[in-house]
Design a protein around this ligand. Sequence first.
Ligand SMILES: Nc1ncnc2c1ncn2[C@@H]1O[C@H](COP(=O)(O)OP(=O)(O)O)[C@@H](O)[C@H]1O
Ligand SMILES: [Mg+2]
Length: 427
Amino acid sequence: MATIRLRDVRKAFGLGSKPRREKAGSGSRRRAFTPYAREEPAAEDPDRVYALDRVDLTVPEGQTMAVLGPSGCGKSTLLRVIAGLEGEYSGDLFYDDRNMQDVPPKDRYIGMVFQNYALYPHFEGHGNLSFFFRIRKAPDKEIEERIRITSEIMGIGFRALLQRKPGTLSGGQQQRLAIARAIVRRPQVFLFDEPLSNLDAKLRAQTRVEIKRLLRRFAITALYVTHDQTEAMALGDQVAVMRAGQIEQVGPFTDVRLRPANTFVAGFLGAPPMNLLPGAEVRDGQIALSDGLQIRPDPSLLKNLQPGHALTVGIRPESVQVTVRASRDARNPRGAPPSVADGDAQPVNLNDAALQSPLTNVWPGIVESVEPDYGRRRALVYIQAGGQRLVGQADIRARLTQGERIVAQLEPTGLHFFESQTGARIE
Ligand SMILES: Nc1ncnc2c1ncn2[C@@H]1O[C@H](COP(=O)(O)OP(=O)(O)O)[C@@H](O)[C@H]1O
Ligand SMILES: [Mg+2]
């Protein structure tokens, strides 16, 4: 076990080179190890793409860092640098206080699990688990003992997989075998590269729980790479959000969600993510948006906002309450008066006159579409208010319909503000 630290790590690829595919059995075994040539961070070179661009990251001993970001942002490259599978890069990588520059992959004690399982197809499960030890000429007794313990840890039904070749196993079974193969080596670091992406939704949830159990049990330092925020939230003690080779924010998932550092992070987390409303400006102690829409933020926030400052306003769907207009009664084409059972018991009591400007935190609008979410007893409601499009939520019993006139109430405590130009959070 070790604390892993990356300091100012940069890794560039020439634009002509092709991304590599993980093959079964690729990795330390076949690649001749050469100590890395040190690269000076090149001045911006238009012919190179920085898969990692000045990455600083610390994964404390025994913790799991979820690395979350869109496809192509450099997640796999980050893992490969840590595993020692990437050639030239600049910056430093430490396991505890040891600089790993000259340490070959096989001496790093890594357990790696890939999206495509990367099992040896011609070996049965047993052979996949024991291969690592055989090439190190470990005694049979020790190998069998390790496999026995690992099978116990993996739990019910695992033993049966040892007699079968990967080609005869389902995706979920193959991934269990791949996880076991990482565990049997007693690694000091676990690296997971989108291990659940090829599984169907139900199996993904099951395997996620299983991986969580194993991570808790071993308390081995781990990096878990994914583009799926549910996985990141479930498995990471902390999450590092990546974009285009850079780490945008690191912290416990809750912190990152509550206080996203910039518009990228804000717009990446959440399903659906935070509404980001551009074109706002501070005017007379209020935030003015297009078409007379206004927002009154918490006074403590307002003092950090300069008049005339160009802003993007962020608000999560959960903080936008959508209700029918009080006048629905008269216009309700179904003719039925709202009832408690319909969730219409307390429509916002505003008539059209009261909705005239200033429309501070309470905006009239119309419904563009509705997506019921029965599990949470709410509906996501996509609305248009003034010139803005946003998503809010309504009580599922309100049965809003497309084109219906509504009001959206924005909770002042749910507001976030970002600089228009840089996207950086203001607080
Ligand atoms: N061997 C390679 N040669 C050239 N470009 C590569 C190679 N590996 C990765 N890249 C590029 O580096 C960037 C990051 O890739 P990767 O780390 O695989 O992203 P992710 O795992 O987040 O999808 C991408 O633009 C990708 O095309
Ligand atoms: Mg990848």
